[in-house]
Ligand binder design. Structure first.
Ligand SMILES: *Cc1c(COP(=O)(O)O)cnc(C)c1O
Length: 408
């Protein structure tokens, strides 16, 4: 590159987007402010003290007292790697409930151990039948049942209790991918007896992407101590990582210090709001969104209302409407990003995320209006104002707290 070319590279000015995607979600300005704080070293006693805060907050959000609870320096997929690689040894058998792209990812990772992976499947938009899990594992030595709590690729949620029972019948651990659900959907690691649970920083926790909080219970710790061979991944081996996050503070790798600042503040926001209030907010905003979409004549992809994931709403793209054109117009004209489908539902559904800081009444009303305008421009006949009217009606049914971030 010439000096002239280098000079031409201007200041970084990202657009001011409203992310209504299945992640990353928008970040509270408090989180951005925390990340603007000066960098310190990862062995600095001030920083190691701050790490304790993050672990305390994480235990509170996961609802557990598990010793091994910390954010892995990786995106949510790194959480899957760690959750799968630590309990499994080569040749072990496990069951993975597969009903979409992220649960499929868990199965693929387990196969690379290499472990024998039994996939218990359901089509996109449906839950996996826990009875099928029991049938598939009967008479076998199953190390764990892997479950994606909220399958983001199709907008489906699983009832954890049913899979806990199935895992108990098989004498197996329960591994739960809570990337799309932690801090947005009811989840209780201790109360629901989840053995390994992990999440991602950029979804309902509403911190930037790049961290995967994980927690494992004493039963798993025991299993890890009894391993015959080392964990196949050096980076995702939880035992040395915990020597850094635990009392010893032994160097393992350099963590993303700035992201940990952001995570600390995002978790403070969660605890300040309260888990119950936060779950309620997510549910309420999705109900208003759904009322609006249906009033506009759109159809939800997940037909059984009980199976719908509160944080991500999948809606069928109406016949004759072009996926890419609508999403592009939403972005160019309204600065709003939503997601399309993955794999078999690519071009068939839109996925609208209402997670963390993005889950707000004002965002729901703005999005419905923007979608209406866009669909009208693309030739879809929408009764003007119908979506907003239905959402407003929905909001009027219950007393609602002030806007997120409103100063008291
Ligand atoms: C987003 C997501 C992941 C992957 O997270 P990345 O941060 O993109 O690696 C895994 N599982 C679920 C359920 C997700 O929603």
């Amino acid at each position: 590159m010439s000096d002239r070319e280098a000079e031409m590279i201007g200041e970084l000015l990202p657009p001011d987007r409203l992310m209504l995607t299945p992640g990353p979600s928008c970040v509270d300005p408090r989180v951005n402010r925390a990340m603007a704080a000066p960098l310190v070293g990862h062995m600095d006693p001030w920083f190691t003290g701050m790490m304790d805060d993050v672990q305390t907050l994480l235990r509170s959000v996961f609802q557990t007292q598990n010793h091994i609870t910390f954010p892995i320096s990786a995106s949510g997929s790194g959480g899957i790697e760690a959750a799968v690689m630590n309990p499994l040894e080569a040749g072990d058998e496990c069951i993975v409930c597969v009903n979409g792209a992220f649960s499929e990812r868990m199965a693929i990772i387990a196969e690379r151990i290499p472990a024998k992976v039994i996939r218990v499947e359901a089509p996109y938009g449906r839950t996996v039948d826990p009875a099928d899990v029991i049938r598939a594992g009967k008479g076998r030595k199953i190390k764990f049942v892997g479950l994606t709590h909220g399958e983001t690729s199709s907008g489906v949620v699983h009832r954890i209790e049913d899979y806990r029972k199935a895992a108990d019948e098989l004498g197996a651990l329960l591994v739960v991918d809570a990337v799309a659900t932690l801090a947005g959907v009811p989840l209780d690691v201790a109360g629901q007896h989840i053995d390994i649970c992990f999440s991602g920083s950029q979804k309902a926790i509403s911190a930037p992407p790049g961290m995967a909080p994980i927690t494992v219970n004493a039963r798993v710790e025991e299993l890890m101590r009894a391993r015959k061979e080392p964990v196949r991944s050096w980076y995702f081996d939880l035992t040395p990582a915990m020597n850094y996050w635990g009392k010893e503070r032994l160097y393992h790798h350099t963590p993303p210090i700035t992201l940990i600042y952001g995570m600390r503040e995002a978790l403070r926001c969660v605890v300040e709001e309260g888990l119950e209030a936060r779950w309620e907010r997510h549910l309420h905003n999705q109900q208003a969104l759904i009322a609006g979409l249906e009033a506009m004549g759109l159809e939800l992809f997940v037909s059984n209302p009980a199976d719908r994931l509160v944080t991500v709403t999948a809606v069928n793209i109406p016949a004759g409407i072009e996926d890419g054109k609508v999403r592009r117009q939403l972005l160019d004209e309204f600065n709003i990003e939503i997601a399309g489908g993955l794999g078999p539902v690519k071009g068939k559904i839109w996925r609208i995320g209402l997670m963390g800081y993005s889950s707000q009444k004002s965002n729901v009303l703005l999005f419905l209006a923007a979608l209406e305008k866009t669909l009208l421009d693309q030739g879809f006949r929408v009764p003007a104002g119908a979506g907003e009217a239905a959402a407003i009606h929905c909001y009027q049914q219950a007393a609602q707290p002030a806007a997120v971030g409103a100063r008291k």
